[in-house]
Design a protein around this ligand. Sequence first.
Ligand code: NAD
Ligand code: MG
Length: 369
Amino acid sequence: MTASPRTVAVGGELPYQIHIGPGLLAEADLLTRAIRGRHVLLASDDTVAPLYLARVQEALQAARPELKIGQYIIPAGEASKTLDNFGGAINALAALGATRDACVLALGGGVVGDLAGFAAACWMRGVDCVQLPTTLLAMVDSSVGGKTAVDIAQGKNLVGAFHPPRAVIADTSALRTLPVRELRAGLAEVIKYGAIRDPLFFQWLQAERAALLAGDDVALAQAIARSCEHKAEIVERDPLEKGERALLNLGHTFGHAIETAQGYGAPGNDNLNHGEAVAVGMVLAARLSAALGMAPAADTETLRDLLLAYGLPVAIPAGLAPEALLAHMRLDKKNIAGRLRLVLWRGIGKAEVVPDVDEAAVLDVLRLG
Ligand code: NAD
Ligand code: MG
């Protein structure tokens, strides 16, 4: 059985639609509908481009021969989400002669989406960006909600902008070439939605593990749609993260600290990727919640068991000093007035932002690993 296409609407001041289904990257109608002008910059990475770029470009060019299409390809991996490559994307837009009605198509995972989205946010103070996510993580998280950014040495995503996409087109067929480790990383973010606000979805994820890990089309499409509905509901109400949007960051302050401490997954080493770091981070957040008396310790175990069953890591990698991780956590964007502000939970399905968390309690949890 193949999944039929579905659409999730994101409301708010700049509404857009998320299209989810097999084969969508070759659907000229869907692609061209989002393009207003003549200039298109196709941004991708050197793993995704050879797999999917030609079909997008050919579909566009056949439907709209007048389009001037440029390409900007970065090396795959988090290490490419830099100010230098942001500059490269801007130069590519300049070389294309892109006018204010130009469109940046971000074809790839969250790295391409964040970088290309940020370039779109800045070129001529903002041109359209259409997200064409090709990783599960990008389909359920990074392509939706308009956050764009690049990393600097001091931390992840420290330079960026809010710039909602004009559309999101998630071709679930692209997941067939995704390495299973990346699929699992995306599933960590899917599990996150269950953990923060949807106990029934959490149970569904317990039941559907085998189908999801096997890459079953129907199960994956359902997981993507449900995740996008959750994200849409939250970002619609709180687009600029003044309140409840922060809940989407369960596990992320710990996770980002791990990613920063290990130096953003240089290709070819054993560093955790983003989804894996978030999996560890969620366990740490749950454990801290239990230590602070906010949540039952049994829920930490239930979450840990589910992440383990999905083949995700649940402990801090060896060699990362607790004090160094804490130092990175102090630079998190959620912090206010130098106090640690964390997303913790009351148990499965009930996340909560906690201002001013005691650093000693955090350090205890980091020491336990
Ligand atoms: P990624 O973009 O690095 O992709 C992971 C790997 O998979 C890369 O090597 C890529 O080349 C490869 N790949 C992508 N699609 C493929 C496919 N279909 N077949 C084969 N290989 C494929 O990483 P990611 O996990 O997609 O995204 C992580 C990034 O997203 C991080 O930088 C994170 O900060 C960011 N992010 C942003 C938001 C947001 O709201 N903007 C939310 C979550 C994460
Ligand atoms: Mg994330």
